[in-house]
Design a protein around this ligand. Structure first.
Ligand SMILES: [Cu+2]
Length: 208
């Protein structure tokens, strides 16, 4: 073996070795890339479930054994159109808010997580907007309550027969509540934070 061919041979071995290493690196790189893509995909799916997907979940509704809820934490509506309380029974409106017999307020929802079916009420120190809304007796009603300023507000119906319909929101927060509208009549509501109703945070629900 001449010196030249020996060097050639060494180069070939080295080239083969580098090729193998590169191949190996490509393989590792590919695996890492696949893992990273999988993690990103999983994160997107997870975020979708909690955030943007809540929007699509709202469109489709959140399926529960009792029925479909418009937002996480809100009471589901059975196929019969009856809002179901955590007790498993039809939600009652003359009970303590958030009690097992009451329709439940949702977890905070993002602006684009507000169900399209909701009647959207915003409250600030200037009052409720809108300050009145109309629904049909027995109909499934979803109210979204938004604090439009840097204060905490509490939506509450005036009439004790609707005591369960209370929703508290922190500054800038939105929550929803779904219930079956009571018998026809005009029902006042107010903000239950001391002093807020007196400064004009009042409105009315008209049930036809
Ligand atoms: Cu208030």
């Amino acid at each position: 073996m001449s010196n030249m061919s020996y060097t050639n041979h060494k180069l070939k071995v080295a080239a083969r070795f580098i090729y193998k290493i590169m191949n190996y690196k490509i393989t590792i790189g590919t695996v890492i890339a696949v893992v990273i893509i999988a993690i990103i995909a999983a994160a997107l799916v997870f975020r979708g479930g909690a955030g943007t997907g809540a929007g699509s979940a709202v469109q489709q509704g959140i399926q529960t054994p009792q029925g479909t809820a418009v937002a996480p934490g809100a009471s589901p509506v059975a196929s019969s159109g009856q809002v179901i309380a955590p007790s498993g029974q039809p939600a009652k409106l003359d009970v303590t808010p958030s009690s097992p017999q009451a329709p439940q307020e949702s977890d905070p929802v993002s602006a684009n997580g507000i169900p399209s079916s909701a009647i959207k009420l915003t409250v600030t120190a200037s009052g409720w907007s809108p300050s009145s809304f109309t629904v049909k007796s027995g109909a499934v009603v979803t109210l979204s309550i938004t604090s439009g300023d840097s204060q905490t507000h509490i939506f509450m119906m005036d009439d004790p027969s609707l005591s369960a319909l209370a929703v508290g929101v922190g500054p800038g927060e939105t929550r929803v509540i779904t219930f079956n509208a009571p018998k026809s009549g005009t029902y006042g509501f107010h903000c239950d934070v001391p002093g807020h109703a007196a400064r004009g945070e009042v409105g009315k629900m008209i049930v036809e």
